[in-house]
Design a binder for this molecule. Structure first.
Ligand code: SF4
Ligand code: SF4
Length: 340
């Protein structure tokens, strides 16, 4: 149980975060010229090795802190609303708290995606003090197996620590889809999350290229049961995953490269974690012209994409600015990869 002081701070921070979120949503509707969400990678290394994951290695050094500050400041100058720090495992970066502070100093909402293994009470309290606003842990199964060690059995103690100490919002994401052998575990994880006072969401695991692997009957049943458990929040306002669960394509305009930016450890801008290589230009030289071009560029991978965070931010512009396919010459000369 959190102390009275922690509960009071949690409520005050939630109110502040929600007010800022509402202001950012209004700004997103009024203007299309700024990113709504950026993922930044301060370290590619991870302390785990989930077999479905194509976003980690076991050797990379942390990005120098001054370099991370420059990237955060550039995202601030572009008018970015939310930055999510991801990885690899971002808690392996020695100056993570300073990076969070820099995000907040730029007036940007600061979020963190972690596997949770390195969380202890003192680390959570430092994240409070740094100004972290939300944190997500994705839990893949109840018991560790060959695919994933992101398991409720291992992480439950960490969740209890978060319930006691975190002043930021906590979301627990569970998954169904390719490689997950016990889809019913998602329900156990979701129920535990709600019991501890967190929000709970469900994701559908994509294949190595971010594309749809249709769900089986049992997975679909669990998916729909989980959806009914999900708390409503600004991150869950669409039926994108409902179509994916049924194996149906989505008709949407992916605004990656404009409203959503994925900044890799080398400081390059990519469409998303699953379409790395394009635009593939340094964030330091990314301009409003780049944002405007990518805003209007149709992505051929969109119909079967499972990258829900990009879909969520693209909803703001679903009703405006039809897209064109990239000119073939530009595709060849700029080294477009993976987009088909
Ligand atoms: S914990 Fe996350 S980053 Fe690390 S291997 Fe697993 S899915 Fe990838
Ligand atoms: S549609 Fe957009 S978010 Fe989805 S894989 Fe393609 S570029 Fe990435």
């Amino acid at each position: 149980m959190p102390s009275l002081l922690t509960s009071a701070r949690r409520r005050a921070k939630a109110l502040h975060r929600n007010l800022r979120g509402a202001a950012m949503a209004a700004r997103a509707l009024a203007s299309t010229d700024h990113p709504l969400l950026a993922h930044i990678i301060p370290v590619r290394r991870c302390n785990l090795a989930c077999t479905y994951c194509n976003e980690f290695d076991d050797f990379s050094k942390p990005v120098p802190t001054e370099e991370m500050f420059l990237r955060v400041d550039k995202l601030g100058a572009l008018g970015t609303s939310v930055i999510t720090i991801s990885g690899g495992e971002p808690l392996l970066h020695p100056d993570l708290d300073a990076i969070i502070r820099r995000i907040r100093a730029n007036g940007i909402i600061a979020g963190l995606i972690t596997n949770g293994y390195l969380l202890v009470a003192e680390r959570i309290q430092r994240l409070n003090r740094a100004g972290l606003e939300w944190l997500q842990i994705s839990i893949d199964n109840v018991n560790p197996d060959d695919v994933s060690k992101k398991s409720l059995k291992v992480l439950d103690k960490k969740l209890q620590l978060l319930a006691e100490h975190a002043e930021f919002h906590v979301n627990i994401n569970s998954v169904v889809g390719s490689g997950i052998t016990h889809p019913q575990d998602a329900l156990t994880i979701g129920k535990r999350a709600v019991e501890l006072g967190f929000s709970s969401t469900i994701g559908i695991i994509h294949d190595g290229s971010g594309q749809l692997q249709p769900l089986g009957e049992e997975e679909r049943r669990i998916y729909h049961e989980m959806k009914s458990m999900e708390k409503r929040s600004f991150t869950r306002i669409n039926a994108f995953q409902d179509n994916i669960a049924q194996g149906l394509p989505n008709n949407w305009r992916c605004r990656a490269g404009a409203r959503y930016l994925y900044i890799c450890e080398d400081g390059l801008v990519h469409y998303c974690s699953q379409q790395r290589g394009y635009p593939g230009v340094p964030l330091a030289t990314y301009t409003r012209d780049d944002l405007r071009r990518e805003y209007l560029t149709q992505k051929g991978c969109a119909p079967h994409c499972t990258v829900s965070c990009v879909h969520q931010v693209s909803i703001f512009d679903g009703w405006r600015a039809p897209q064109q396919t990239a000119p073939p010459v530009a595709v060849e000369t700029r080294g477009l990869v993976q987009i088909k």
